[in-house]
Every structure is written in C-alpha cells, then in structure tokens.
Design a protein around this ligand. Structure first.
Ligand code: ZN
Length: 392
C-alpha cells in the first residue's frame, strides 16, 4: 500500500518535472513575458517531500527563473517553520558549480537567515559578517539581519562596533536601530553611575539619527537624577518636540521638574500643547490637576468637561470622575447633562456586534460577516472585563 502510494507520488512528480522541463525548453526562445512555465511554490509545497526536492535540485541547468523559484520555495519553507529543509535546499544549491557570484551571495544570505530562524546563531552571525563585505542590497540586508540578531541577544556593543568600523550599510531604518542600541547602552551606563559615558552614548545616538527622541529622554532623566530640573526640562521638551508620542514616558518627570522650579504657568502651557499635539489623555488629566491647584476645582471641572465634549473618551471620563471624587465635589445639573451627552457619544461609538469566527467588530448587525464572509457568525458584543477587585 505504502509503496504504491509512493510510486504514484513520484510518477506524478516525474510527469510534472518532465512537463516543466519540456515546456521550458519549448518556451526558452520566447521567454520573459510570463514565467508560468515553472510550477508554483504552492504546487511544490503540496508535492514536496524529500525525494521530490532532490529530483528538482538535480535539474541539470539552472536559469534565473528556476533560481528565483528555489529562493521563493526556501523562504516559504522557512516561514512554515521548516528551517532545516530550507537549509538543505540552499546548501545544495550553493554547492553547485558555475553559479554567478551574485547568485552565490544571494544563496549565502538566505542560508544565513535560515540559520538564524533555526537558532544556529553563531553560524548565522559568521555568514552575515562575511556578507557585510558585499555591496548594494546584499550588504543592506546583511546589515539589517545582523543588527536584528544582535538586538535579540542584547549585544548592543557589537552593533556600535560594526558602525564604528564602517561595515554597515546605514539606511534610515538601520540608523534608527543603531541609535536605539546606543540608547540601551546609555541607560545601562546611567544605571551604573557612569554619567560621562551616558552623555557620550546619547550624543552618538543623536549623531546617527538626529530624530532619536529617546536620546533626549535619557539625557533628561540623567539631569533629573542629578537635581538639574532646568536642564531636564530642556531635554524633555526637545524630546517631545522631535516626537510628540514620547510624552507617555516624560509626562511625570516633566511635571516634577516644572514643580521643582516653581513654574506652574510654564507647566500648564506645555501640558496644554502636549494634549493638543498628542491627544494623550494623561497629559490632559495632569493639566486639569494643575489647574485645580492653581485656579480652583470648579474651573478645572469646567475645563475638563469642555475638552471631553470636544474629544470624548473613556479615559477622559475616568479622569473626570477621579477629579470629582478626589476633591469631594458633586456635579450640578447642567454639568451632569454635558456628562450624559459625552457618555452617550462614547457608547454610540462602541462596537455592538462581533463576529465569533474572525473577531470583526461592527456597529450594526449583519447576517453575513463583511470580513470573513461567514453566515450567522455575528453576535452581540459583550466586553470581557476582569471581575471586581476584592478587598480582603
Ligand atoms: Zn467574520
């Protein structure tokens, strides 16, 4: 039974290969327009057992199209979690003589990626390092993959050393990675009390990527820890100027530093502009808290309500409740009406239905899911919240 099944598969494969090669020779003269003379990757994967792979690999002549097919097949195998078969495929191809140097390097790159997928990191590293001496796309790819590999291992020093030795092809993406490697080391240095080194590493990060907001954050934290709130404020503000999103990490220290220098007005102004730029609700909440201290709770509540009417959000609603409760206040009737309207708009915006098959969320009921096209899969959306916190 087993034997006959095997014979059948091999026969089928033989026919496919024979057809492929025959068709290929017939079309070689007028090639180029469509490459569909080679079987698809899907076909190869469906039929690919080790024996069929061997037969394919033993095809006498490899042209650019068949190399291309093998490369696709290798990548697909790797992504399916079959890195060892991808390694076998790329090694067998690499061992063939007569391949142009550019093809050999492409295969070497694929092999190195296979190794890193398979967890053979030393081998991957060696190959990537060798490929850094190539030029163009191969060098770019090797630089990126090698950097990723070092990131996984936390080998930040190695990344910086490669950059110092000018071995990396620095693209915009890679520049960002290198400057983060410098920031990782800067944070370590700061933790160990090496302030000079921290500053040097941050400068290096900014030299590689002038838009590295994190370097300004690290410098700000350094100044903050050394009781230099004015310098810290300068760095934090520079960080949010470069990237308004980093307000999430600088909000609290920024507030502390402004308070330390006694500049409430400046704090209010900056929180206001951060809220406008990033719509980060904690910035709004901090601004309102600050306003409550400066101008009184009534003014703070009024201001928060009008912001929430413009930009309703659950988090903002929560901030309002917190403000009211912590200051032991009650809302009057007109304030409650505004609040009612804000809540109504939040709820209206929530999904009311969810597809139990694909998770698609909808505001209206559908018999047929617009996303996965399943019938009768859309059900009422029930938010899964954690149970009540128990005070024991
Ligand atoms: Zn669906």
């Amino acid at each position: 039974m087993m034997d006959s099944a095997l014979v059948y598969v091999l026969l089928l494969l033989g026919v496919a290969i024979g057809w492929t090669l025959g068709y290929r020779f017939a079309r070689q003269a007028k090639k180029a327009s469509s490459p569909d003379w080679i079987p698809s990757v899907e076909f190869l994967l469906a039929e690919a057992n080790d024996a069929s792979l061997e037969r394919l690999l033993n095809v006498p002549n490899l042209d650019d199209d068949s190399i291309d097919l093998f490369l696709k097949l290798g990548r697909t195998l790797r992504e399916k979690g079959e890195a060892d078969r991808a390694v076998h495929l790329h090694q067998a191809l690499f061992a063939r003589t007569g391949l142009p140097r550019s093809t050999q390097m492409l295969l070497e790159l694929e092999l190195a990626i296979d190794y890193s997928y398979a967890g053979l990191l030393d081998r991957a590293e060696r190959l990537f390092l060798r490929l850094l001496d190539a030029r163009g796309r191969i060098q770019e790819q090797a630089s990126l993959y090698l950097t990723e590999l070092y990131e996984e291992e936390g080998e930040w020093q190695k990344i910086l050393k490669l950059q110092r030795d000018k071995r990396l092809a620095v693209t915009v993406e890679l520049a960002q990675r290198i400057s983060h490697a410098a920031c990782e080391l800067a944070e370590l240095a700061a933790k160990q009390g090496n302030f000079l080194e921290t500053q040097q590493l941050c400068r290096q990060a900014l030299k590689t990527d002038s838009r590295c907001a994190r370097a300004y954050v690290v410098l700000g934290n350094l100044a903050h820890s050394q009781n230099e709130p004015r310098e810290a404020i300068r760095c934090y503000l520079k960080a949010v100027e470069v990237d308004s999103e980093v307000i999430v990490v600088v909000l609290e220290p920024l507030r502390d530093c402004f308070v330390a220098v006694g500049d409430v007005q400046g704090l209010l102004l900056h929180l206001e502009s951060q809220w406008r730029a990033s719509q980060y609700v904690p910035a709004l909440a901090a601004r309102v808290e600050c306003l409550a201290e400066k101008d009184g709770i009534e003014k703070a509540i009024t201001s928060l309500l009008s912001e929430l009417a413009e930009q309703p959000s659950n988090q903002g609603f929560f901030a309002l409740v917190e403000l009211v409760v912590s200051h032991k206040r009650q809302l009057d009737k007109s304030q409650l009406l505004v609040l009612y309207d804000i809540l109504r708009r939040i709820v209206e915006n929530e999904p009311k239905f969810v597809c139990k098959s694909c998770g698609f969320k909808a505001k209206e009921f559908h018999w047929r899911c617009p996303s996965c096209k399943g019938w009768s899969t859309v059900t009422p959306f029930v938010p899964q919240l954690p149970g009540p916190k128990l005070d024991l």
